[in-house]
Design a protein around this ligand. Structure first.
Ligand code: BTN
Length: 267
């Protein structure tokens, strides 16, 4: 990936970086490293992925020029804390994008782990737990981040966007900012003790907060008002029959869909 380098904060915290032209999946490579005994923090970035993976078993189309990066971290505490890392990653990703583009009003975070540009998906995050090799080795997590820098797939069941709409930055330039923002977000999170502050910052960028939303779950769709994210990172919806806490799934934001310019809807 052209020009990919770590930022100064990441370097100061001992973060390492490996760059590939092509790989199956940066998440898979980070997991292989963990299984071979690497405790991280280690970023794996690749210009192309042949088997990029998304959430909920989906594939992630990995177009050349987009950012494909995975961070291996471990030793942060119990496995139950790992989902909180998705919020750190979301905050870091939107922070890097805002710093690079200045488009703070057009970027938003969509629960659990997406970044939206003008209401369309710009970036996705895939969190996976790993158990590094070695007796008593601490639990680890791979945080995979994909950002559509130059192009977005057109064959998706949801609208997607890319950074060319904002005039850049390139994947390499964005990665340096992301590596720093991620180091800062992990320091703020502090193994879970800083989650309340992290959550507040995440909510300040949340798409659809206070609006009517739908959570599309495998066996039902829950509709109601997006109230907040709780201390465990669950989505809290006020429905006619009471509050519901949603642990995983996709949400649909009707107000955002209605606000998108006509030619861009349904792409
Ligand atoms: C999603 O479904 O929204 C999550 C997409 C995550 C994609 C990134 S690209 C880098 C890393 N490697 C993968 O195979 N997936 C993640």
């Amino acid at each position: 990936m052209e020009g990919a380098r770590l930022g100064d904060h990441a370097l100061a915290r001992g973060v390492r970086l490996e760059i590939y032209d092509e790989i199956d999946s940066t998440n898979d490579e980070a997991k292989r490293r963990a299984e071979a005994g690497d405790a991280g923090p280690l970023w794996i970035v690749a210009a192309r992925q042949t088997k990029g993976r998304g959430r909920l078993g989906r594939s992630w189309s990995s177009l050349t020029g987009n950012l494909h990066a995975s961070l291996l971290v471990s030793g942060f505490g119990p496995a139950a804390l790992a989902p909180q890392l998705g919020f750190a990653a979301g905050l870091a990703t939107i922070g890097a994008l805002i710093e690079a583009t200045g488009a703070v009003d057009r970027l938003a975070l969509k629960w659990p782990n997406d970044v939206l540009l003008d209401g369309e998906k710009l970036a996705g995050i895939l969190l996976e737990g790993v158990q590094p090799a070695g007796q008593g080795a601490p639990f680890g997590c791979v945080i995979g981040i994909g950002v559509n820098c130059v192009a977005a797939p057109t064959d998706l069941p949801y609208p997607a966007s890319d950074l060319s709409r904002l005039g850049g930055p390139s994947a390499g330039a964005l990665f340096a900012l992301l590596s720093d923002k991620m180091a800062e977000a992990l320091a703020l999170w502090a193994g879970g003790s800083g989650f309340a502050a992290l959550r507040e910052r995440w909510l300040s960028h949340a798409a659809g907060l206070g609006a009517e939303i739908e959570a599309r779950l495998p066996r039902e769709t829950v509709s109601g008002r997006f109230e907040t994210i709780d201390a465990d990172g669950r989505l809290i919806i006020s429905t006619r029959s009471g509050r519901r806490a949603i642990e995983a799934g996709d949400i649909f934001l009707p107000a955002l869909a209605a606000a998108r310019p006509e030619p861009e809807r349904g792409r």
